[in-house]
Design a protein. Structure first.
Length: 334
């Protein structure tokens, strides 16, 4: 069997790039932020992988008039978080009076512990450059930026925004996108089921997903506000994942995390098939093979390896031979 790691054979220069957790959980109230970080640690121990990021919210989470105090509390929570925690922050938009203050307080104090900074209401590449310049000034030029795309104008610039080297992910902001159409899109398009039926909304989601994949970035799907209807949430997550090409999704309530992770996970049958194909490929030194009557080569191997990476990232059980590759992944990235 080939001793070369599958990532090196199949992903080439992208071998050092790791997929983000499939769920991005938002919390802006101090008690809930603390509980979110605790839940992250508990689920990581349970599943053997960190399946969601915790993003502490300074935009919708900050009480009006107390934005500076809120930013300071967020910085303190990041400082107190475990070293292995995946924690991020959403600051105010670049044209908001508290944007620079948010970054100076939080990134300036604890930038080394942040996984990314989410910038809301990004309209253009210039907005990303503005944020990146200030983050670099604070000494963290390699800190990833996630951009929230929330308007028709931003959708038209999605490819340019995704092209910036500091951008790691684009997220779709459903409610602001619908509201920006001055009533031309009905309110039902903001619902779980409706957002997959209105042509303008679907077009925007596809454009964002396509822009991300064109630049090897992560497309992150919007929230589902039906908090108590977990069946609807899971259906939306499945639709976003399987039909629109999204590989990550927002959560706004702890009960949404597990259904999102499950929806973005490959099935056990898919994991078994991918495992058998990749192990057979490795045994053939990555040359073409015949598997269950079908020809496979490196083009299909790449797909099946990515199934296994998604399985690992979502805590799916893997057989020991496949699991051993993931224990080597950090060495490959280094």
């Amino acid at each position: 069997m080939s001793e070369i790691h599958p990532r090196q054979v199949l992903l080439g220069p992208q071998a050092a790039r790791h997929a983000l957790p499939v769920c991005d959980h938002y919390s802006g109230v101090e008690a809930r932020m603390k509980k979110s970080l605790l839940l992250q640690a508990q689920m990581t121990q349970e599943l053997g992988a960190c399946v969601f990021d915790v993003t502490l919210d300074c935009e919708d989470g900050a009480p009006v008039g107390l934005e500076k105090d809120h930013a300071q509390r967020v910085a303190a929570l990041v400082a107190e978080s475990a070293q292995e925690a995946r924690v991020a922050v959403r600051v105010h938009a670049v044209d908001h009076p508290h944007f620079e203050e948010d970054l100076r307080i939080i990134v300036g104090q604890v930038g080394g512990k942040l996984k990314h900074v989410m910038i809301p209401k990004v309209e253009s590449l210039q907005d990303v450059q503005t944020a990146h310049s200030l983050i670099s000034e604070l000494g963290f030029k390699n800190l990833a930026i996630h951009a929230l795309i929330e308007s028709p104008n931003a959708i038209e610039h999605a490819f340019e925004i995704a092209s910036h080297p500091s951008v790691e992910s684009l997220s779709f902001g459903l409610m602001d996108f619908v509201s920006s159409h001055a009533g031309a899109i009905p309110s039902w398009a903001m619902t779980g089921e409706g957002q997959f039926k209105h042509p303008l909304v679907v077009r925007a989601k596809l454009a964002l997903s396509s822009a991300c994949h064109a630049h090897a970035k992560t497309p992150s799907h919007c929230v589902v506000t039906e908090i108590e209807d977990l069946g609807a949430l899971k259906g939306c997550a499945r639709e976003a994942s399987q039909s629109l090409g999204y590989t990550r999704m927002w959560s706004i309530h702890p009960d949404q995390i597990r259904p999102i992770v499950e929806a973005f996970s490959p099935s056990q049958a898919e994991v078994t098939q991918a495992s058998e194909i990749i192990m057979s490929a490795a045994a053939a030194d990555w040359g073409p093979i015949r598997f269950e009557g079908h020809l496979h080569d490196r083009a299909s191997y790449r797909f099946y390896w990515q199934v296994l990476e998604r399985a690992h990232a979502t805590g799916k059980p893997l057989n020991s031979n496949v699991q051993s590759w993931f224990s080597q992944t950090s060495e490959v990235a280094a």
